[in-house]
Design a protein around this ligand. Structure first.
Ligand code: BMA
Length: 831
């Protein structure tokens, strides 16, 4: 008999323990969203409501489902209750009998329940203990600190950032957060299938090892692989034997920008005689990924190879897409589209969030995004007692099994930033080191070795393989989190002095767009209580203003401050990432902190909660372009420590190209040095270049001494362009020879023409100017939600910029014209 799945996701009810009334609940979901749906709490994302809902974490919650079963459904040998995720300490009761207990949000549970089920009405009840009580039972005295407002979050295996983070609210959920179902089966079922890919010339062999509930004779397996519904491989065999699917002329999966993402469907059937009794399927890409650490002239490389080819990792760190995880599913695809659209090829699933849902891994596969997968441990020393270790063991086994067939997971990493916590954990404390080693250098890698042999693993990010407890700022080997710019307030060009082998974190904050902030407050006071609740980093505001003041004139109002914070964020990260790409192959990765937010907040993200791109996301699309022209300014600028006079040794620039286009091509690299005041070029030039994959090349050193003597650094702007020999604009860049705050920007007149776009429902905006317009921002007034193809770009006289505008609903062209606002840096400050 074929196994049967009975979903139990509908018709749940919930209540606070010891209260009477049951209310409808949504599963998968959590108690906060259930309370919100019944208007029993205010939206915790609005104003300071977060604080008004803190009581929820102290309570116990009941979830209850009545469901009916027919004879047919019970007419099988086994029925399992499968809960893919319970958050977190749950007691599961079926028809009055306890079935089991859950203690770990990151584990899927399965209990045999056939004996407890009845024909007709059944009642399933799940009681969730207060997570705070669970913490206090393990640690009576709590010690709040940075990124742990609870002071004990690490005691339980629950999404760590749900206790509050330096960008996230404290919204400690409870509930059935993943699907729940009954699985009825007889004689046997497929528990799991592991796929191993073996690549050879013009052939890929998929070895499938199936695990079944029963290993008795008489059962057999049948497997198929298909691409676009065309069968490409088939195989049959008895249980226990490994099946092989040989795919001739495999179409390889490549990261975004390097090739296509063909997705193969692998299906396995379990047969009893000739009858199919269970099925299993998985979508995969055919690819080999490898972390390549080989000795080289700079130390030891830290680079990813995909199908044997070194890949410069371009991307960002990923946090849960919503504080209430299930709500994040709706936002995830759009966020990952944005990542791919900005030429990213890797995202890091950061260790303070969750092992993401299947939707996420599938979406990354489709979009060519490699995954750096942290285990979910972040920023503190974790317990090592027997109970905790057993939770971790179970979790690691569950998650490695769940995710091991995703060959686009390029790396597993033990945790986020624990090895650098030398103030808590140092080589002088052998006990703590031993406990750490047992978890992150033994348990986790051993689990991978057993269940996913061949998967690459590092114990922590950042990680110094030469001395894990030594200088985590090691430039010779390992990955680095470089936070000198931001936390240490180092000058922006400090990025250009860093030569880490791989940058897995670095970042700069900005304020969310005015429209995003308006979803949580009407206040325009960035230091007011509402805004303050949406800025979780202690010194965050001060540091944003520090960097704004290093770069720009004082912003004239709230809108201007938001705008400047965003162009400042983009300026900083662009400076860093262009340097990192120029430094290839010494540096082979740049994942900035952070792509997304889990609620509307001032943060390091490049995309506001809700999907609106900050200036940084548009900039990412330019600085991650497959072929890039990049400029390094030669000579420093500083203010004299006693006289405060501006000092400058800037004398010229280097022009570089960076290429990760898969095919070599020829292009023209051209430059124009303009006088800003005169709106005229003072020096121009060009050179033919050959661009080839993986090559970062210094093309020219330009000496601007005479132009600087004649005009001064503050009157000069350099525009550089890379245009392919077919005439395609590959990259375009603007560089100043001084901080923009020293420049007298002209009052440029920006002309805009709106016309109907080629694709229905879109409009084209054509922009031109009579003088330098820096960081042009186009927007439609509030009422019209929209997307634009580019924004926060620079314009010089003679250039025409065409932007496609896509309103989310139909609007007349006259309405678009009326709503169009064009703003540039010059509008953000008073004379
Ligand atoms: C990083 C992350 C997070 C944090 C961010 C900003 O190192 O790992 O812990 O949110 O810094 O402080």
């Amino acid at each position: 008999m074929m196994s049967q799945t009975i979903s139990l996701n509908a018709d749940w009810q919930f209540r606070q323990v010891d209260t009477k009334s049951w209310l409808s609940a949504q599963v998968p979901g959590c108690v906060h969203t259930d309370l919100l749906r019944h208007a029993l709490i205010e939206d915790p994302f609005v104003g300071q409501n977060e604080w008004a809902v803190q009581w929820i974490e102290e309570k116990e919650w009941d979830y209850r489902l009545e469901f009916t079963l027919g004879d047919a459904e019970l007419d099988c040998e086994h029925v399992d209750l499968a809960a893919d995720g319970l958050d977190t300490f749950a007691t599961v009761v079926l028809n009055g009998e306890e079935v089991g207990r859950a203690q770990n949000m990151f584990v899927g549970y399965r209990w045999q329940v056939k004996e407890l089920l009845r024909t007709g009405k059944n009642v399933l009840e799940i009681r969730f203990a207060s997570p705070m009580n669970a913490i206090r039972q393990r640690q009576p005295i709590l010690e709040p600190m940075q990124c742990d407002s609870v002071g004990g979050r690490h005691q339980i295996r629950k999404q760590q950032c749900s206790f509050g983070w330096d960008w996230g609210p404290r919204l400690t959920t409870s509930g059935i957060w993943r699907p729940i179902r009954l699985e009825a089966w007889s004689s046997n079922r497929l528990k799991d299938v592991v796929i191993t890919q073996q690549h050879a010339r013009k052939r890929c062999t998929l070895k499938l090892a199936a695990e079944t509930a029963s290993k008795r004779k008489g059962f057999s397996l049948r497997a198929r692989a298909s691409l676009d519904e065309q069968l490409v491989g088939e195989s049959e065999g008895s249980l226990g034997a490994s099946l092989e699917l040989v795919i001739a002329k495999p179409e390889l999966w490549w990261p975004n920008g390097m090739g296509a993402q063909p997705i193969y469907l692998v299906e396995v059937e379990l047969l009893n005689g000739s009858e199919v009794i269970d099925t299993w399927q998985q979508r995969i890409g055919l690819c080999e990924t490898q972390l390549d650490c080989h000795p080289d002239k700079w130390g030891t490389s830290f680079q990813f190879l995909v199908n044997g080819k070194p890949v410069f990792a371009k991307g960002a760190n990923w946090i849960p897409a919503h504080s209430f995880i299930n709500e994040g599913e709706a936002l995830m695809l759009d966020l990952l589209d944005s990542a791919a659209d900005a030429h990213m090829n890797m995202v890091r699933v950061w260790g303070g969030g969750i092992y993401e849902t299947d939707t996420f891994y599938d979406a990354c596969l489709e979009r060519g995004l490699l995954i750096w997968q942290d285990f979910m441990f972040a920023c503190c020393v974790y317990p090592s007692d027997r109970e905790f270790t057993s939770w971790v063991k179970q979790e690691a086994e569950y998650q490695v099994r769940r995710l091991r067939n995703h060959s686009h997971i390029a790396l597993w990493c033990g945790n986020n930033e624990i090895e650098q916590l030398t103030n808590h954990l140092s080589k002088d404390d052998p006990k703590a080191v031993r406990a750490y080693d047992r978890m992150f250098r033994k348990l986790l890698p051993d689990t991978l070795k057993k269940l996913a042999p061949g998967a690459d693993y590092i114990s922590s990010s950042e990680h110094n393989p030469d001395d894990p407890w030594g200088d985590t700022n090691n430039q010779e080997s390992g990955d680095a989190h470089y936070w000198g710019v931001w936390f240490m307030r180092e000058p922006v060009n400090a990025y250009e002095k860093q030569y880490h082998r791989f940058f897995s974190e670095f970042g700069m904050q900005a304020y969310p767009h005015v429209e995003t902030a308006r979803t949580f407050t009407q206040s325009r006071n960035l230091f007011g209580a509402d805004m303050n609740s949406h800025q979780k980093n202690g010194g965050g505001n001060e540091i944003i203003f520090h960097y704004i003041s290093q770069l720009f004139r004082f912003p004239k109002n709230y809108e201007a401050t938001v705008y400047q914070s965003q162009i400042m964020q983009a300026f900083c990260i662009r400076t860093g990432i262009e340097h990192m790409r120029r430094s290839a192959p010494r540096t082979m990765g740049a994942l900035y902190w952070q792509l997304n937010d889990c609620w509307p907040v001032a943060s390091w993200s490049s995309i506001d909660f809700g999907g609106r791109w900050r200036a940084l996301q548009y900039s990412a699309k330019r600085f991650f372009a497959p072929a890039l022209v990049s400029v390094k300014v030669l000579g420093d600028e500083w203010t004299h420590p006693t006289s405060n006079t501006l000092m400058s040794e800037v004398h010229g620039v280097e022009l570089h190209t960076v290429c990760d286009l898969p095919m070599a091509c020829t292009a023209e690299l051209s430059w124009d040095l303009w006088s800003i005041r005169d709106s005229k070029p003072v020096e121009t030039g060009s050179t033919a270049v050959k661009l080839s994959y993986g090559k970062s090349v210094r093309r020219k050193v330009l000496n601007f001494k005479s132009a600087i003597t004649a005009h001064g650094c503050s009157d000069l702007v350099l525009r550089t362009r890379l245009v392919s020999s077919e005439g395609e604009a590959l990259s375009c860049n603007t560089t100043f020879l001084t901080a923009p705050r020293h420049i007298e920007f002209p009052q440029a007149k920006i002309a805009s023409k709106v016309s109907v776009g080629a694709v229905s429902g879109t409009y084209q905006v054509e922009l031109s100017c009579d003088a330098l317009a820096y960081q042009v921002y186009i927007n439609l007034d509030d009422a019209i939600a929209h997307r634009v193809s580019d924004n926060f770009f620079d314009l010089l006289p003679g250039e025409v910029k065409i932007v496609t505008l896509r309103p989310s609903e139909a609007f007349k062209i006259s309405e678009i014209r009326k709503a169009l606002q064009v703003y540039s840096y010059r509008d953000s400050y008073e004379d």
